[in-house]
Design a protein around this ligand. Structure first.
Ligand SMILES: *Cc1c(COP(=O)(O)O)cnc(C)c1O
Length: 444
């Protein structure tokens, strides 16, 4: 065991995986190897090289599972499988100090007494989205649960049939409603729900009308949804109008994506949204709106389970300040990538392809915001298409993708018309040199 642990190829794995994990892998591989030798009657010669190869493979597979940076060549800007919305590097660095030292998370520096956790998030968000008060939870799924649990437990919640959606991995609106103890009342049809449909369904037991932004799909054609302003005006006082806006669009100019502010101005009582998708902060859920409702949510016992850490608070505070000061570092990845000039993407593709001849072709493509926002919308982008010299690779795009995923900095590409493409909308200029070096090895 000691001898194997001292092999040169092992030490990077110890650094990445820890000594006990690597030791376990070695032990496991040695025991498999022993069994294999014993089972082979025809005394095949014992090969230490083969054993080392097996250990290397097993360590590598474990290493690939570790959370690590990748290059996103998909053209999907907020990619659910690729960590959604990367945090701006300047923003991330600016909260290093508060997070690596003691801080005033729960002490009021003015009085010296115990203070609230929220810092100035309420004030900042009021400026940003015009809600009276705001609270932060760990993610937007928690926002929905908390709103339902506090404001609609044991009561009826009216939701359009067109908005009974599933968001990502098994998070279904009807299920979360049931879990929160609220009773779902469905109205309208998949494509049409009118203001009157909502109003007709209201009873004494109705606590809430919930509007859910159908963020990951789009129904086209003959569709109609209620006018929120009209709905807000006609709802009786005992019914809360809640909106799950989803993506967290505030000051960002995203075509056809209604902003949080627009819902508040239309008369929504509370609006919840995600902290990262378009907003560009850490994953979090924000709920903004009427102060009395927000105060009730804050007192709900589940709040203790849903409240985020100082890392999240510090990032959201800093992000909001930068947005209000209109700094570039206040832009989320969705905003700054989707507004990139088409020529700069073409230029990036040409730089990547330069000198590769037939093997890398620059092609027109499309980018999309993704991550459950702006469904169905694409904007022009540029990609490179790969034509490996090796006939086997040429025929198997899947194989090329797999090779790219195994690079020191893994690269995630896409297959279009049986060809591997890398989309420049989600690749940085600083990543081009690396890509050129790596691609040279595969293509030639
Ligand atoms: C993304 C999304 C959610 C879930 O947000 P998480 O932060 O992933 O929990 C809920 N509702 C809508 C409309 C969304 O788009």
């Amino acid at each position: 065991m000691e001898k194997i642990l001292q092999q040169a190829f092992i030490s990077p794995y110890i650094e990445r995986l820890s000594r006990p994990i690597v030791t376990n892998i070695i032990r496991d591989q040695v025991s498999r190897f022993k069994k294999q030798i014993l089972s082979e009657q025809n005394n095949t010669s014992f090969s230490l090289d083969q054993l080392y190869k097996n250990i290397n493979n097993a360590c590598w597979q474990m290493h690939q599972q570790r959370l690590q940076r990748v290059v996103n060549g998909t053209g999907v800007i907020v990619h659910t499988n690729l960590g959604r919305s990367p945090i701006n590097a300047e923003l991330w660095q600016s909260v290093g100090d508060v997070n690596t030292h003691y801080n005033n998370l729960e002490i009021d520096l003015h009085t010296g007494k115990r203070g609230k956790r929220k810092g100035i998030i309420t004030e900042l968000m009021t400026q940003l989205v015009d809600g009276e008060d705001t609270l932060v939870v760990n993610n937007n799924a928690s926002s929905i649960y908390l709103m339902l649990h506090e404001l609609a437990q044991g009561k009826e919640v009216i939701v359009s049939r067109g908005e009974q959606i599933q968001i990502g991995g098994g998070f279904r609106i009807p299920d979360i409603l049931a879990l929160s103890g609220a009773k779902l009342v469905e109205v309208g049809t998949t494509n049409i729900t009118t203001t009157q449909d909502y109003l007709d369904a209201i009873t004494e037991d109705t606590a809430m009308v919930m509007i859910i932004h159908t963020s990951n799909f789009k129904i086209r054609g003959f569709t109609k949804s209620a006018d929120i302003k009209e709905l807000a005006k006609n709802l009786p006082d005992h019914v809360v109008l809640a909106v799950d806006q989803g993506s967290g669009t505030t000051t960002e100019n995203m075509p056809d994506e209604p902003t949080v502010t627009s819902y508040i101005h239309a008369g929504a009582d509370i609006v919840c949204f995600s902290g990262d998708k378009i907003l560009g902060g850490p994953q979090a859920g924000l709920i903004t709106g009427k102060q009395d409702l927000i105060k009730r949510l804050e007192k709900n016992p589940m709040m203790r389970a849903f409240r985020p850490s100082r890392i999240v608070y510090s990032l959201i505070e800093e992000l909001a300040v930068r947005k209000l000061n209109q700094l570039e570092s206040g832009q989320g990845v969705a905003e700054y990538r989707s507004t990139a000039a088409e020529q700069s993407l073409q230029h990036r593709a040409e730089q990547l392809a330069e000198g590769f001849g037939e093997q890398i072709q620059v092609v027109r493509s499309e980018m999309t915001v993704g991550g459950g926002s702006l469904p169905d919308q694409t904007t022009p982008s540029w990609s490179v298409e790969l034509y490996p010299q090796d006939q086997k690779l040429q025929r198997s795009a899947e194989k090329v993708l797999k090779i790219m995923r195994s690079w020191p900095l893994p690269v995630i590409g896409v297959i279009k018309h049986d060809k591997v493409q890398l989309n420049m909308a989600t690749i940085d200029d600083a990543e081009i040199d690396y890509l050129r070096r790596q691609l040279a090895e595969v293509l030639q």
